[in-house]
Design a binder for this molecule. Structure first.
Ligand code: PMP
Length: 432
């Protein structure tokens, strides 16, 4: 069943950097997609439970998106922020309306990294400070500045930090000192840690950047309300809160359109960054901020490809479909079905030590009997699931968390089918 494609793998290794890790012993040569499925070049079909790291948020090769992209590309294949273009303005209006930010202004980029970079530029400019807070284990992108606020140092090739970064407890990863605390105690400990960190810093702090649920960090899910409590502390110091919604946005978490909304209206961010799902595979990212923040910096250069009419037209069609078909609601319903199935593994399969997340963003953490992380079991579950036609993600600081994030149009029967394959793989590999 697995496609070998040794020739393509060899060519990949010869021309791309060594540090670009591929999934699977025999990497997949991905060829086409439809709905919740993808096919490799040899014709093998896979149920996709990772959607290209949460990019495919509605469905693969959604005809509505393809048609909108083709129609726009047929009119003009051009991008420039020097002129008006209707799809960009319409997309900005749509996102501004959905953002929950007051008096919103939108700036388009082509990636989450660049969106976060821009948000940091805005916050540090607005606050006239280069001090930035970030959470432990966080991931915010691969540029110099995004890595400087990435707590997960395993991703950072440099120890250079252009901004002073302090980390506050914010994740619930097992093995961390706070893991065994009840929600209220956990929240209180995080808040007092934030206060301690702030107490140790001198001068203004510009902002705190955080993911409502840590993606690369292994779908680490803080208790509801935590960020509202953080915000109370931040507000006392005038510190801005940037919610990195690159993974948690667009209804991924089921109950809410944005991840921050699990922390109630008091947890409303000053700046939201987005990417991934909005384009359903197209390169669209951006920042929403209150006008006073967005407009606080002087003349800026453009992001040449940001707001391209072609990708904006595709994103608009994607959002029409997502909202028109209530996919966030579907994520809540079908996510609950899948979650129930996977929760049953807790206590039954020894290596499964935690099942967590919200909506269709579910993490399964794997450990050995002595509590140490079990990345090799995660790797084996990935291979075994692939052999049975299911694609998964993995993550966590030690690579021991399975990440499940299918397109939000997942049906109940697909959820059950994927859940069955995954449980069987866990049964096989997870007896430790
Ligand atoms: N923020 C988060 C939370 C992410 O997960 C990622 C990518 N995995 C990024 C930012 C960076 O986005 P991009 O890869 O589009 O630059």
């Amino acid at each position: 069943m697995p496609s070998t494609h040794t020739e393509l793998t060899k060519r990949h290794r010869a021309v791309l950097p060594d540090w670009l890790a591929l999934y699977y012993d025999e990497p997949i040569d991905i060829d086409r997609g439809a709905g919740r499925h993808v096919w490799d070049a040899e014709g093998n079909r896979y149920l996709d439970f990772f959607g290209g790291i949460l990019t495919t948020i509605t469905a693969h090769a959604l005809p509505e998106v393809t048609a909108a992209v083709s129609a726009q590309a047929g009119k003009i294949l051009h991008t420039s922020t020097l002129y008006l273009n209707r799809p960009m303005i319409e997309l900005a209006e749509r996102i501004a309306g959905l953002s929950g930010i007051e008096d919103p202004r939108v700036f388009f980029t082509t990636s989450g990294t660049e969106a976060n970079d821009t948000a940091l530029l805005l916050a540090t400019g607005y606050r006239a400070s280069n001090q930035v807070l970030a959470l432990r284990n966080s991931y915010h992108g691969r540029s110099f500045s995004a890595l400087a606020v990435t707590g997960n140092r395993s991703w950072s090739p440099t120890s250079l930090s252009p901004v002073q970064t302090a980390y506050v407890h914010g994740s619930r990863r097992r093995g961390t000192p706070l893991a065994d605390l009840a929600d209220e105690e956990f929240t209180a400990a995080c808040v007092s840690d934030l206060e301690d960190v702030l107490g140790q810093l001198h001068g203004n702090v510009a902002c705190m950047i955080a993911e409502p649920i840590q993606g690369v960090g292994g779908f680490a899910t803080p208790p509801d309300g935590l960020f509202a409590r953080f915000k109370e502390v931040l507000d006392r110091h005038g510190i801005l809160w940037i919610s990195d919604e690159v993974q948690t946005g667009w209804g991924r978490t089921g109950e809410h359109f944005w991840g921050w909304q699990a922390h109630d209206a008091n947890g409303k961010p000053d700046i939201v960054t987005f990417a991934k799902g909005v384009g359903n595979g197209l390169s669209v990212g951006g920042v929403v901020a209150r006008a006073e923040i967005m407009n606080s910096i002087g003349a800026q250069s453009l992001s040449t490809f940001g707001g391209s009419p072609v990708t904006a037209a595709g994103a608009l069609a994607n959002l029409d479909y997502l909202i028109g078909h209530d996919l966030p609601g579907n994520a809540a319903r079908v996510g609950a079905v899948l979650r129930k199935q996977l929760d049953a593994a807790l206590g039954r399969i020894p290596a499964v030590v935690d099942v967590r997340g919200k909506g269709l963003m579910i993490g399964v953490e794997l450990a050995h009997a002595d509590g140490t992380a079990a990345p090799e079991i995660a790797a084996e579950v990935l291979e075994e699931s692939r052999r049975h036609g299911l694609l998964l993600g993995k993550g966590g600081l030690e690579g021991n968390v399975l990440r499940i994030a299918p397109p939000l149009s997942l049906t109940e029967s697909e959820a059950r089918e994927g859940g069955r394959i995954l449980l069987a793989a866990l049964e096989k590999a997870g007896q430790r």
